[in-house]
Design a protein around this ligand. Structure first.
Ligand SMILES: Nc1ncnc2c1ncn2[C@@H]1O[C@H](COP(=O)(O)OP(=O)(O)OP(=O)(O)O)[C@@H](O)[C@H]1O
Ligand SMILES: Cc1ncc(C[n+]2csc(CCOP(=O)(O)O)c2C)c(N)n1
Ligand SMILES: [Mg+2]
Ligand SMILES: [Mg+2]
Ligand SMILES: [Mg+2]
Length: 320
């Protein structure tokens, strides 16, 4: 496709974007009207939103538009899965400067569409606005299909903490990209296109998960939300994390302890959940910690091998 989004105009761009979207079984009415109509088997709809900004969440010289689409969708669809729901639909609020090549916008939509396909969802609408900073604001919807939502507040003393998905890969990729490298490819690709284990969310609910969250900011920080909401302490056991040799090697090369990527690195959107100790967990779940009662006179805390984690627990938009 030739030209810029400015040359296409608002409605030309909307036409180009929505033309890329296939029909979907859960969608009674797709893009084109004042709102879409999406089916939910039990009448409830799970809803979440996350905004991604050029320069803060992605760089156009690090990631293609397609990558940004995949990642923006993944980040939002992972929040749906982390409630124990199946993602159904996604809406795109898109802010673009007029001189942005039109192909950047359409390739972004291709990435959103393809990540939705992985998760079983569909893009059902959005909005286009002209602005100085490329901004991708997503709303995602999901269907609990009769399950109870698994919140951050249900962890109980005696539970185990288990994780599935990648940890530290995106952070390792971000470190090497920040230092001007484009390899090792596996980490850079993980940063560009996270692979959340979507099906593990509803599966965890079915396995009896008491609390659940996806790892967006960093495992210690995100489990901190579970500890606080549940009123419990969580202790992680460092030796239970598998640090791949390739990650150890790149950590050594750039002078970073890979455990910091694993425990504090966000954006892989692994799913971490608490389960009653007697739950029979399939092998894809790695038990990495335990839940206990908050110590008298203290507030809920996450520790590593019984000690406070003395590094940042994860990303915070307003720290540093
Ligand atoms: N501006 C806001 N208005 C209303 N609620 C908000 C706002 N920002 C965050 N929240 C709510 O606060 C809770 C925590 O938000 P947060 O964005 O940290 O969670 P998350 O989306 O799972 O994490 P991340 O954004 O790191 O992927 C969510 O329930 C979210 O809906
Ligand atoms: C260009 C660039 N600079 C820094 C980062 C790192 N980063 C940005 S947001 C975030 C946590 C999740 O965000 P949110 O809480 O908004 O979901 C992380 C780890 C990046 N991805 N790209
Ligand atoms: Mg959020
Ligand atoms: Mg989340
Ligand atoms: Mg965050």
């Amino acid at each position: 496709m030739q030209g810029t989004v400015g040359e296409l105009g608002e409605f030309g761009l909307i036409r180009e974007l929505t033309a890329r979207l296939p029909p979907h079984a859960a969608v009674d009415l797709g893009p084109g009207d004042d709102a879409a109509v999406v089916r939910a088997a039990d009448g409830r709809v799970v809803a979440t939103t996350d905004v991604l900004l050029e320069g803060r969440h992605f760089r156009r010289d690090w990631s293609t538009a397609y990558d940004v689409g995949r990642k923006s969708a993944a980040q939002n669809l992972a929040d749906i899965a982390a409630m124990g729901a199946v993602p159904t639909a996604l809406l795109l609020g898109l802010v673009v400067p007029a001189d942005l090549p039109a192909t950047w916008a359409t390739e972004l939509m291709d990435g959103l569409r393809d990540e939705c396909k992985v998760a079983g969802a569909a893009v059902v609408g959005g909005d286009v606005v002209r602005g100085d900073t490329v901004t991708v604001a997503i709303t995602a919807l999901g269907d609990l299909q009769g399950r109870r939502p698994v919140t951050r507040s249900g962890a109980r003393p005696g539970d185990v903490v288990a994780v599935t998905g990648w940890l530290g890969w995106s952070a390792a990729g971000y470190t090497v990209l920040s230092r001007g490298f484009r390899s090792p490819r596996a980490f850079v690709e993980a940063h560009r296109r996270p692979e959340p284990p979507y099906h593990a969310g509803p599966a965890a609910a079915d396995l009896g998960a008491t609390a659940m969250i996806d790892v967006s900011d960093g495992l210690v920080a995100d489990l901190g939300h579970v500890a606080a909401a549940s009123g419990v302490d969580i202790d992680l056991h460092a030796a239970d994390f598998d640090i791949p040799a390739q990650m150890a090697d790149i950590g050594q090369a750039v002078g970073v302890d890979p455990l910091v990527w694993v425990l504090s690195g966000g954006e892989d959107h692994a799913i971490v959940a608490c389960f009653p100790a007697e739950a029979a967990l399939p092998a894809r779940w790695r038990v990495v910690g335990r839940v206990s009662a908050v110590r008298p006179g203290r507030t809920a805390a996450v520790t590593v091998d019984g000690a406070p984690w003395d590094r940042a627990g994860g990303w915070d938009h307003f720290s540093g």
